[in-house]
Design a protein around this ligand. Structure first.
Ligand SMILES: Nc1ncnc2c1ncn2[C@@H]1O[C@H](COP(=O)(O)OP(=O)(O)OP(=O)(O)O)[C@@H](O)[C@H]1O
Length: 469
């Protein structure tokens, strides 16, 4: 791979001022210019022909040997043998780049780029390609971008899972879901005590609705309120009751009973969980609840039935820096890093999508061996990614600032050698695309003008006394 080139001219090397330059220019001709290319040896073709792998030769090439432009057929052997058609080499339109789906999903993936550089488009292309492989995918769709995804070339199997949480199955998170302050040292123990006593007395099946269950907890708290032993905490207990009543009122669309998210996941479908209406706290609780349920479920399948019965699943987390932030403890971060460490053995793959890599948890990011990185100009973002991924070399980092929209450096086990790829434009529609504001203004203005005209016509034609009743 030619990493960089410079152009020079021996005759101009020591020029000190413009007059000299003008004089020299009268005599020089094109032959005095030279181009110097810095190359990186990617591997030995003989090995490639033998077993399709690119092995670095032990000995560097001799100085002065001829250099040839690699022909497309050779490049196709390196880049076009995978399962997932993601695009083509940025310098070779005819050389398709196909990624190894096994290595991509089992060794996890991070899709990183500053905003507007094509992350969601890349996700949409991957979803289409994974759908062709009948993959089971679960997308935590923070902006509801993929809810209405539509592809021209491929009938996508899409299943929408409205975010829900079975609050009988959670304990401490119940206080958070109810919005009990993390420092509420009195409310929390009382809620925990009430939940514990209720669960000792009743099974989940004893409650037909989530209201019944929450009101049972509130009933318990009411008992504590009139109990002399807890008199001193009466106001805290009352506040806890208010919080639970608020939860019933404001979170009723996401709290439920008798629900296991695993039963909601359709195998071989792109399962999308639109989370645009949830606040950060609810997102954290739901993402961790589902991520834990998936990991436990896939583990149990392998432990009970063996690897041949594994049900691989690829989970995509948009806005991953909000879910697994670098400097903040969240539930979801704990489960994401567990999946990043253990998921490979149980067929659970992770894809983190972020436009703020420096705020993404470095430990979780470092478990993503595959990277699709588009333009990152923030040096702190670049440094953070480089520290988290040993395969991202200095020379590749230098390329990051010059990438255009839709161009990405792809590296890791999913591709034989790092490459700069022009990602295909998704052939369909997803929610994140840039709006054509001028077109929308024009259309909306015309519609409103036509509306005014038709109102005028209506009024003038009928006038007031002609209205038919
Ligand atoms: N591979 C591509 N080829 C050509 N144009 C692209 C490509 N990917 C994205 N674009 C253009 O860039 C725009 C933004 O793309 P996209 O929504 O994928 O960016 P993004 O990084 O997800 O942005 P955000 O961070 O805001 O979600 C798209 O509307 C499209 O016009």
């Amino acid at each position: 791979m030619v990493e960089s080139t410079i152009q020079g001219n021996m005759a101009l090397e020591d020029i000190l001022n413009i007059e000299h330059l003008e004089k020299i220019r009268e005599f020089e001709d094109n032959s005095s210019y030279y181009i110097l290319g810095k190359i990186k040896v990617l591997g030995d073709i003989k090995e490639l022909n033998k077993n399709g792998a690119l092995k670095l030769p032990r000995v560097p090439p001799k100085p002065g040997i001829p250099i040839y432009r690699a022909d497309d057929e050779l490049l196709k052997k390196v880049f076009s043998k995978g399962h997932l058609k993601i695009g083509h080499l940025v310098t070779r339109e005819e050389v398709e780049v196909k990624l190894d789906a096994n290595k991509l999903c089992s060794r996890h993936l991070a899709i990183l780029a500053m905003t507007g550089m094509g992350k969601s488009n890349t996700v949409a292309v991957l979803l289409r390609e994974l759908n062709k492989l009948k993959a089971t995918v679960l997308v935590f769709d923070m902006h509801g971008e993929y809810r209405d995804i539509y592809c021209e070339s491929e009938k996508l199997r899409i299943h929408i899972i409205e975010p829900k949480i079975n609050i009988y199955r959670i304990n401490d998170d119940l206080c958070d879901l109810a919005g009990v302050d993390a420092q509420a040292t009195k409310q929390r123990p009382y809620i925990r005590k009430a939940v514990k006593e209720i669960k000792e007395k009743f099974k989940e099946s004893d409650f037909s609705t989530v209201e019944e269950y929450v009101n049972a907890i509130i009933g318990k708290l009411e008992e504590y309120k009139i109990d002399n032993n807890y008199k001193k905490d009466e106001s805290s207990i009352q506040t806890a009751i208010f919080r639970l009543e608020d939860m019933l009122q404001f979170r009723k669309n996401i709290i439920t009973l008798h629900y296991n998210p695993i039963n909601d996941i359709k195998e071989h479908y792109i399962n999308i969980i639109p989370m645009e209406e949830l606040d950060e706290n609810a997102v954290d609780i739901i993402v961790s609840y589902i991520a834990k349920a998936v990991l436990d479920d896939r583990k149990r399948i392998i432990i009970d039935k063996g690897r041949d019965f594994a049900k691989p699943i690829f989970m995509i987390f948009e806005e991953a820096h909000l879910i697994a932030p670098q400097n903040r403890k969240t539930r979801a971060k704990y489960y994401l890093s567990r999946i990043a460490r253990e998921g490979r053995k149980f067929g659970v793959g992770l894809c983190l999508v972020s436009q703020r890599p420096k705020t993404l948890d470095a430990e979780t990011l470092s478990q993503c061996s595959n990277l699709i990185i588009s333009k990152l100009i923030e040096p702190t973002d670049q440094k953070h990614v480089q520290m988290a991924s040993e395969n991202l070399s200095e020379d590749l980092v230098k390329q990051l600032t010059s990438l255009n929209i839709g161009e990405a450096i792809i590296l890791g086990p999913c591709i034989k050698v790092p490459a700069i790829v022009k990602v295909d434009r998704f052939d369909g529609r997803y929610g994140g695309e840039d709006l054509n504001l001028v077109e929308l203004w024009e259309k909306d203005y015309e519609e409103s003008e036509n509306l005014k005209k038709s109102d005028k016509i209506e009024n003038s034609a009928f006038g007031d006394d002609d209205l038919f009743f």
